[in-house]
Write a protein that binds this ligand. Structure first.
Ligand code: NAD
Ligand code: UD1
Length: 337
């Protein structure tokens, strides 16, 4: 299959490009490099033994995007490109809606022009809004708590409507839980700009000495040890989930939501312990107030992806932390060196 990967130079995109190449697919990556370095795909090329075809294009450049998609002649598109920082989305909602929703509308039009109507879209467990029941199934009520979350919610609706109106479309709405870790080579990984808000990248930076300690947001939740519980999933498992979804979408039309999670919840303190074991020293932390907007526990019911995609996440929390540590310690400043 020939696969166009938007946002291919980013964290999840670069791992997915590698998985696709290793499975023998042809890949064209498209990225504006707004939040990525081309070094990620240069290293993917080293690991895969073939150079990655990267087109530097912005989703908001409608003509440039159409030209690139038509020229790439994809059989399917994996659509990662977009903005993802929750706090930034609250401060700059218009930019988030324009990029995530408007950019996806441009992409749908460009794909139509190219005669390609198969898309796996990066959605998020954030579309479950205020979680009231765990584990979360795909038919749980949807909502959002910030503009980033609403942008994912809206794109899901757009893609469901597009698929309902034209039966040639096949769309996967892939709802990721908490992607963490890195490729086991330690060559590619997550390279956040500025201070990370997410737990594992922050812990990794504490472990290399870039911050003094982790602040644990809340120790009084109704969970195993009072700290928040999430479904952390290894980024390579997640990449493999995309491969499984694309295979399924080549034989099934319509729009389908699939949770990509492990089904196992881990608390903040369990992640701290696993990371401390991986890096060989205790990660210092202090427990403070809850973070506004956080839920106590969020984890997937991954049964639908198992039955419909034949995919389950295999890697453990220990592997996620070991691989995140290998990447972070070998590249303390990410791709910047
Ligand atoms: P990332 O920022 O590393 O990757 C996104 C990529 O999109 C970047 O390479 C960036 O340069 C590119 N991009 C941004 N705006 C663009 C534009 N206008 N045109 C073209 N390219 C553009 O983020 P990621 O963690 O790899 O996330 C990938 C996708 O998965 C995103 O859509 C994100 O919302 C979604 N997601 C991520 C997580 C997570 O925790 N990382 C969880 C759920 C969903
Ligand atoms: C966050 C976003 C969510 C997004 C997801 C991407 C919020 C409210 N939610 O989810 O929309 O889709 O990232 O992966 O921002 N924690 C600490 N200290 C820290 C950082 C985090 O204790 O410095 C705790 C949090 O309170 C939470 C857990 O660690 O219990 C995971 O946090 P995080 O990595 O930010 O992910 P989510 O909150 O699940």
């Amino acid at each position: 299959m020939r696969v166009l990967v938007t946002g291919g130079a980013g964290y999840i995109g670069s791992h997915t490009v590698l998985t696709l190449l290793e499975a023998g697919h042809d890949v064209v990556a498209l990225d504006s490099l707004a939040n990525a370095s081309p070094e990620s795909l240069r290293r993917v090329g080293d690991l895969a033994g073939r150079e990655v075809d990267l087109r530097v294009v912005d989703l908001l450049d409608e003509q440039g995007l159409t030209d690139a998609v038509v020229d790439a002649r994809p059989d399917a598109v994996v659509h990662f490109a977009g903005l993802k920082a929750v706090g930034e989305s609250v401060a700059e909602p218009e930019r988030y809606y324009r990029t995530n929703v408007g950019g996806t509308l441009n992409l749908v039009r460009a794909m139509d022009a190219a005669g390609c109507r198969t898309m796996a879209f990066s959605s998020s467990a954030t579309v479950y809004g205020r979680v009231t029941q765990v584990p979360i199934r795909e038919d749980a009520p949807l909502g959002a708590t910030n503009p980033y979350g609403w942008s994912k919610f809206m794109v899901e609706q757009v893609l469901r409507d597009v698929a309902a109106a034209d039966e040639r479309w096949a769309v996967g709405l892939l709802r990721y839980f908490n992607p963490v870790g890195a490729h086991p080579s330690g060559r590619i990984g997550e390279d956040p700009t500025g201070t990370p808000n997410n737990l594992v990248p922050f812990i990794a930076q504490v472990a290399v000495g870039r911050h003094e300690r982790l602040v644990v947001h809340g120790g009084d939740y109704d969970t195993v040890d009072g700290t928040g519980v999430r479904d952390y999933i290894h980024v390579v498992d997640l990449a493999e989930g995309h491969l499984a979804a694309l295979e399924r979408l080549t034989t099934t039309a319509g729009a389908h939501a699939w949770n990509l999670g492990t089904g196992r919840g881990s608390s903040v303190l369990e992640v701290v312990a696993a990371f401390s074991a991986a890096c060989g020293h205790e990660v210092p932390y202090e427990v403070r107030d809850r973070r506004p907007g956080d839920v106590a526990a969020s984890y997937a019911d991954p049964a639908l992806a198992a039955s419909e995609l034949g995919w389950t996440a295999e890697r453990t929390l220990a592997q996620m932390c070991e691989d995140a540590w290998r990447w972070q310690s070998a590249n303390p400043n990410g791709y910047a060196e």
